[in-house]
Design a protein around this ligand. Structure first.
Ligand code: HAM
Length: 530
């Protein structure tokens, strides 16, 4: 290899965020904070408290609640098992006897022991016995291998036979260890909130329990604008109590109030009822029968869905299928009496609250736990991924997860999309500049500048204090670049006179103040501009 090529190879790798993930940076993060702060405030006015569940949970929790046949669970989860990695240990199987093989096996055995001690391997009695006997077999094996000649062991019978026997026994014991359960990064948080409701016996609290959350979710989807593999949701759930239609309406009213507070543009609420365990299966059968009649005219995806999940055909965006879908039976005409009156009452309750909605009989959600009320909200400026919020009722989910019969309804907002829409409509704040840039020269001025910075920050002003002395001209240029409103100029004269110069950068005007007057002046100006 040429010297040049070798140098090129030595270049350290430049890392990039993994596909579908991204860094959120200032000034955009200021908007994220404002959105989250508004959520805290609005949700609190509706009596919701914050829950922060973990980011990973047992895979089975999601499979059972969201449904193992859904895309979210079947195709898109990030799943791992703390212990399986140990067992994919490269050199474990098929090693011919060798000093390296013994070393590798030793490493494997000690990793198993450590994993057991850390609790990554379930601390059950049979595993404890397996780990103990693995350790003692391995120490026998280590003694035998010491009897073998260094280097390649070929021909070192009879110890070799004993070694091979012990090696096989170690592997057999290891294969009997029961691994911990599979875990997944959460693709959504409703399942976690229900798990927490059961785990903490929240049915004992005054009902309903109203909780909200915000944080990252993970789905291995094809990334595009508004669709990420790590994305953020702000969601809320109402658990327990009754299924009164006023609860559905109030939850929706809360999201709309939140969007309104943020001045989100082009907000449209779509509403549907997808029935219950009584009426939905009958409707699905009817739909399937009707779809079979027109099967030949449908695309391959919809043809497949006739068998797997006919409701999802209604979701189709394929142009050629739209005419056919328009003639299919509508669930609203096939709801049981209870569902029909619940749906009518939800609509009435929304009207009482002045919430404008559009009924969409084709609105089916991609998660299995829904029943009755379902809704989605779209906003402007988002292109094809324009759903900024989705939600609905999920009575029975808590029970499905081993808890008491419990009513439930909630929603989740896609925060990334919410931010995108706010940015598109010019609602994003510009770069947040500093209030005061302190330009100082000289040792005495430096000490005064440090004290001034402390006092100004204490009073809530954002202050930039340069770490090294700069000529005033350069310092003022820097203050401009940072978007500072004022430059506080501190030189020897100012310090000895006790009169500080404050320059307003927008118009270049200057004035002198004593220390207390300066603080008072800045306070007054801030109050005037806010
Ligand atoms: P979801 O419809 O799957 O519902 O997600 C809710 C929202 O999260 C979507 O409307 C969208 O804004 C956002 N979202 C979903 N996937 C992505 C992605 N890959 N990138 C960016 N944003 C995304 C749920 O998650 C339910 N847990 C909502 C719920 C709560 N239902 C009842 N309670």
């Amino acid at each position: 290899m040429s010297e040049g090529a070798a140098k090129k190879e030595e270049k350290p790798r430049k890392f990039q965020a993994i596909r579908g993930t991204r860094d959120l940076l200032p000034p955009e993060t200021a908007l994220w904070n404002r959105v989250e702060q508004t959520a805290h405030e609005v949700f609190a006015t509706f009596g919701f408290g914050e829950i922060r569940p973990p980011i990973f949970e047992p895979t089975e929790l999601f499979a059972r609640s969201v449904g193992s046949r859904t895309d979210v669970i079947g195709k898109e989860m990030y799943t791992f098992n703390a212990a399986t990695e140990l067992f994919t240990f490269e050199k474990l199987s098929g090693d011919s006897p060798s000093p390296e093989g013994a070393e590798n096996l030793g490493e494997f055995v000690f990793r198993i022991r450590d994993a057991f001690e850390k609790g990554d391997i379930p601390p059950i009695e049979s595993n404890k016995r397996a780990v103990d006997s693995l350790l003692s077999k391995f120490s026998e094996l280590a003694k035998v291998s010491q009897q073998l000649k260094p280097g390649v062991w070929q021909g070192s019978v009879p110890f070799l036979d004993a070694y091979i026997q012990l090696d096989a026994e170690c592997r057999a014991i290891a294969s009997n260890i029961k691994l911990g359960e599979s875990m997944s990064l959460r693709p959504e948080a409703t399942a976690s909130v229900c798990r927490a409701f059961i785990e903490h016996g929240m049915q004992q609290l005054p009902q309903p329990v109203k909780l909200y959350y915000m944080g990252p979710m993970f789905r291995r989807e094809r990334p595009q604008k508004g669709r990420y593999r790590q994305f953020y949701q702000i969601g809320a759930e109402v658990l327990g109590g009754s299924d009164a239609p006023a609860i559905d309406a109030e939850v929706i009213e809360m999201v709309m109030t939140f969007f309104d507070r943020l001045e989100l543009q082009g907000v449209q609420l779509e509403l549907n009822s997808i029935g219950c365990r009584e009426c939905r299966p009958k409707y699905v059968e009817l739909l399937r029968a009707e779809l079979l009649k027109v099967k030949d005219k449908l695309g391959p995806d919809s043809q497949r869905r006739i068998e797997t999940n006919p409701l999802r055909v209604l979701d189709s965006k394929l142009e050629s299928e739209q005419g056919i879908i328009a003639t299919l039976p509508r669930i609203a005409d096939h709801l049981c009496e209870n569902c029909a009156s619940h749906y009518a009452a939800v609509k009435h309750q929304l009207e009482m609250r002045g919430v404008i909605y559009r009924e969409n009989w084709r609105l089916v959600r991609g998660l299995d736990y829904y029943m009755r009320t379902t809704f989605e909200i779209t906003a402007q400026g988002l292109g094809s991924q324009n759903a900024v919020c989705g939600g609905g009722r999920y009575d029975g989910l808590v029970e499905l997860l081993g808890g008491p019969p419990t009513k439930g309804i909630g929603f989740a907002i896609g925060e990334d999309r919410l931010i995108l829409s706010l940015q598109e409509s010019g609602k994003a704040p510009a770069q947040q500049g500093r209030d005061v840039y302190i330009a100082w020269m000289g040792d005495r001025a430096h000490a005064t500048a440090i004290r001034a910075a402390k006092d100004l920050r204490k009073a809530g002003f954002s202050v930039e204090l340069p770490p090294v002395e700069q000529k005033f001209g350069k310092a003022l240029g820097q203050a401009d670049k940072l978007g500072a409103k004022y430059a506080l100029i501190l030189g020897d004269n100012e310090v000895s006179e006790g009169l500080w110069t404050l320059k307003t950068l927008a118009d270049g005007s200057q004035a002198k103040f004593t220390e207390p007057d300066l603080l008072e002046h800045l306070r007054r100006q801030k109050a005037l501009s806010s």
